[in-house]
Design a protein around this ligand. Structure first.
Ligand code: PLP
Length: 372
């Protein structure tokens, strides 16, 4: 008798997500085709209004990506050549490259060992007369320590920027992330908690001046048609993506809740097995974009899970300050030890809202047998 081969458990499963919403997604896309308005227009405005409402902010500006939200937001703050922006060493490259694109310099600060988010106790020492802003990253879907960082930003008259590209819907003290800083940046890369069917992003803000500046910068610096007050880019959100996002936004809370339940099961079943789980800020309600665990035998564990048909990921294998593209900036190995250890030890387990109970059990069983 042959045992049926177990299906692969994916790290992220977009297919299941689209199956769930097939009819409304097709209808939304058909509506845009019917209108033949593919750039900005009513579909983009409707999504911007819905996302602003969701994030409890007055303004949301639809863009072509998360990195554009970061870069254009920083530019709208007037940040550029000669300025410094403090940002965590542990993140996806775009948090830092967005700073570099403005002409400013990213100043990396290490992260807390427990949460792997920006360590507030290390921020003050990194502030210089050139510092203009502190960028927090709510990495893996977990809010950074916003209260401490907000205090520091106020005390030193610095702007506060939130890279919320992995944290759609996360709360801090009951308020949405992306509503605390001068602006928040979200990515709708397909694998994010809220994902488009291509690239897309949004900037959230309570500041009308920033919203207006970014609206102009995304559209060739136009004030009105064919009057260009700045030299600027094309970084617009397109209408088909906006229509898709508006449909999916209606499912985001339920999907995030399912992610929290999967995370709670992982925590309960793995926490006592010599597996080191990440800690959480008690003020935060995370949305578990990813579920990284720490293991000294990370690479062997990854192989073992692969053999059992379980996909995993490493977020991230090379810290930003050690990336080839940042060679020669004078920050070498050993400068951010918590981030560097995380790069060696982290392994992201499958995490998405369409994992079944038996998928979760299979992952837990495979990790447990490896560790005991
Ligand atoms: C995905 C991501 C970005 C960039 O978003 P894009 O839409 O790919 O440009 C920025 N920061 C973080 C933390 C991300 O995870």
């Amino acid at each position: 008798m042959s045992i049926p081969a177990a299906t692969t458990i994916r790290l992220v499963d977009l297919h299941a997500q689209h199956e769930e919403l097939k009819a409304p997604l097709q209808e939304a896309i058909a509506g845009v085709i019917e209108s033949s308005g593919f750039i900005l227009g009513p579909a983009v405005e409707a999504f911007e209004a819905a996302f602003a409402d969701f994030c409890q902010v007055p303004h949301a500006v639809g863009l072509d990506s998360g990195i554009s939200a970061l870069e254009l937001g920083l530019r709208a703050l007037g940040i550029g050549e000669g300025d410094e922006v403090i940002t965590p060493a542990n993140s996806f490259i775009a948090s830092s490259s967005a700073i570099s694109f403005t002409g400013a310099r990213p100043v990396w600060v290490d992260v807390e060992r427990s949460t792997l988010n920006l360590d507030p106790s290390l921020v003050e020492a990194a502030i210089t007369p050139r510092t203009r802003a502190i960028m927090v990253v709510h990495l893996y879907g977990a809010p950074a320590n916003l209260v401490r960082i907000q205090e520091l930003a106020r005390a030193h008259s610095l702007a506060l920027v939130e890279d919320a590209c992995q944290a759609h819907g996360a709360l801090y003290r009951g308020r949405r992330v992306g509503s605390f800083g001068d602006f928040g940046a979200f990515s709708f890369y397909p694998g994010k908690n809220l994902g488009a069917m291509g690239d897309a992003g949004v900037l959230t803000t309570s500041r009308p001046d920033l919203a207006e500046a970014v609206r102009s910068m995304r559209n060739y610096g136009q004030r009105r048609r064919y009057e260009h007050v700045h030299l600027a880019w094309n970084r617009r959100l397109d209408s088909i993506q906006a229509a898709v996002l508006r449909v999916k936004l209606g499912r985001l809370e339920a999907w995030n809740e399912r992610r929290r339940r999967v995370a709670a099961t992982y925590e309960r079943e793995l926490g006592d097995r010599g597996i080191e789980l990440l800690g959480a800020d008690p003020e935060g309600t995370p949305v578990h974009h990813l579920y990284p665990i720490r293991h000294p035998g990370r690479d062997a564990l990854k192989l073992r899970l692969e053999e059992r048909g379980i996909e995993t990921g490493i977020h991230y294998p090379i810290p930003i300050h050690l990336q080839p593209c940042y060679q020669g900036v004078g920050v070498g190995p050993g400068s951010h030890p918590v981030t560097e250890a995380a790069a060696r030890e982290l392994l992201s387990l499958p995490m998405h809202p369409h994992l079944s109970e038996s998928d979760v059990e299979r992952v837990i069983e495979a990790v447990r047998t490896f560790s005991s």
